[in-house]
Design a protein around this ligand. Structure first.
Ligand SMILES: C[S@@+](CC[C@H](N)C(=O)[O-])C[C@H]1O[C@@H](n2cnc3c(N)ncnc32)[C@H](O)[C@@H]1O
Length: 180
């Protein structure tokens, strides 16, 4: 990573633990992660339910390559979630998706398709971080200000559908927005 660390690994790992607990409760069947990234959630699910059939969907090829190296047992499909899921009707036990719906222009279309692929009684576990409530507790006060200002501007620009316009404050990928 080329930018300073601005998140606590302990916090992120507990988010993925929570998603995994909700995903595997009462099932060790088929679990699909929409916007799996490098596999943070699926890694936790794989530890909790080793017998599950896991599928990762994401449009980012480099993220999926990392996921395959990390979790060779996962079926990986490069897929744009703006298009219908490459899955048959009613065949999936659980769909999980974390911090991805907000990346889509039409999140409701994905949700409708998630309902299509879930079996009757299947479960969708959707997680979203409320970034506006993040507390930055780091000694470097200049860095803290740059992070908060950048994030506030990203929220406004994303809300207006704009991908650019945030001044470069030397924060690397974080400063350019984190969805893609
Ligand atoms: C903020 S990351 C979250 C990754 C992962 N769920 C996690 O919690 O670590 C958002 C993910 O959504 C993926 N994504 C964004 N837009 C997408 C799209 N249209 N189709 C498929 N994946 C998309 C990105 O490539 C990225 O991996």
């Amino acid at each position: 990573m080329d930018s300073p660390s601005v998140t606590s690994p302990a916090t992120w790992s507990s988010v993925h633990e929570l998603l995994a607990v909700l995903a595997v409760e009462g099932t060790a069947g088929s679990i699909v992660d929409c916007g799996a990234g490098t596999g943070a959630t699926l890694a936790t699910i794989a530890r909790r339910a080793p017998g599950s059939a896991l599928t990762a969907l994401d449009v980012d090829e480099s993220a999926l390559e990392k996921l395959v190296r990390r979790l060779p047992q996962v079926r990986v499909v490069r897929h744009d979630l703006a298009r219908p899921l490459p899955l048959p009707d009613g065949g999936v036990d659980v769909v999980v998706s974390h911090n991805t719906l907000e990346c889509l222009v039409e999140p409701a279309a994905l949700l409708a398709d998630v309902a299509r692929v879930l079996r009757p009684g299947g479960r969708a576990v959707l997680g979203h971080t409320d970034f506006e409530t993040i507390v930055v507790t780091i000694d470097d006060r200049d860095l803290a200000r740059r992070v908060l200002l950048t994030y506030a501007e990203l929220q406004i620009l994303n809300g207006e559908g704009l991908a650019t316009g945030v001044p470069d404050r030397g924060l690397g990928r974080f400063g350019r927005g984190s969805c893609r």
